[in-house]
Design a protein around this ligand. Structure first.
Ligand SMILES: NC(=O)CCC(=O)C(=O)O
Length: 264
């Protein structure tokens, strides 16, 4: 199964509308992928905190509308990264969305660990409280977002719920690039899971984004890694590898069995 990670830059000088148009052209130029993934808040720009309120949108807003049209036209699964979602109650969430080949939403996830270190996200956005895993023809898929990479308990839940492929849109700064590489590899290896991690590129509000989008297989092998420029990373994965790795070396099974029998 061919997948494409589109490592978008969101420069301060570009409007959201221009960026949506530009990214649409990039998406339409991708051939043969069955799944395409975009970064966290690429259309608004993660570090454009002063614009969060103005750029908040619903699931029928400009980012989802464009991506839905492209998913349908190309007949692909498209994880659109995330949007600042304006909820009915006036609260804002960092909502990641996976669209199916018919353009309809098949999975949404509202970021649970909103980020407060050198970031206004935690004060502007409301944390999510649900962790869905969706069964698709190519496997059990979950989407989580960026900072969530740091929380092992969340990953225990994901693998416990049967996820075999975890999509991680991100806006992870270059300053902590080695954490990004270490955590994406560690999560794949310890949970015997595909980690498809699509980061942002470029600079926003003086913050350099880390790029280095990467795909790590359930045995912890890095199948592909981008550099730090805006680019499209293409890679083939075999979703059946999840079961093969877990059967050959049953770390997940051993872990669940061990916790069931612990005493104080
Ligand atoms: N967008 C984010 O959640 C950034 C997370 C990050 O920079 C870190 O965990 O380090």
């Amino acid at each position: 199964m061919k997948i494409a990670l589109v490592q978008v830059a969101s420069p301060d000088s570009e409007t959201r509308e221009d960026r949506i148009q530009r990214v649409e052209a990039i998406l339409r130029g991708i051939n043969g992928a069955e799944l395409i993934v975009l970064p966290e808040l690429w259309s608004a720009g993660y570090f454009h905190f002063d614009e969060y309120e103005a750029l908040a949108e619903t699931l029928t807003g400009p980012t989802v509308t464009m991506c839905s049209r492209v998913a349908k036209d190309l007949g692909v699964y498209l994880h659109l990264g995330s949007i600042i979602e304006a909820g009915d109650d006036g609260r804002l969430s960092n909502t990641s969305i996976l669209l199916g080949p018919d353009g309809n939403v098949v999975h949404t996830y509202r970021k649970i660990h909103v980020f407060g270190y050198q970031s206004k996200e935690a004060s502007l956005l409301t944390a999510g409280s649900s962790l869905p895993v969706v069964r698709l023809p190519f496997g059990a898929v979950a989407g989580i977002t960026c900072y969530d990479l740091r929380f092992p308990g969340l990953w225990m839940e994901l693998s416990g719920r049967g996820a075999g492929i975890v999509i991680v849109p991100a806006a992870w700064p270059a300053a902590r690039r080695e954490h990004w590489r270490l955590l994406t590899t560690a999560r794949a290896l310890e949970h015997q899971i595909f980690v498809i991690a699509c980061n942002a590129a470029g600079t926003q509000e003086g913050v350099e984004l880390g790029g280095h989008s990467r795909v790590v297989d359930p045995a912890g092998n890095v199948l592909a890694e981008a550099d730090d420029a805006e680019s499209v990373l293409l890679v083939d994965i075999d979703p059946l590898q999840v079961q093969a790795v877990r059967s050959e070396f049953p770390v997940i099974g051993d872990r669940l069995a061990a916790y069931d029998t612990l005493t104080v």
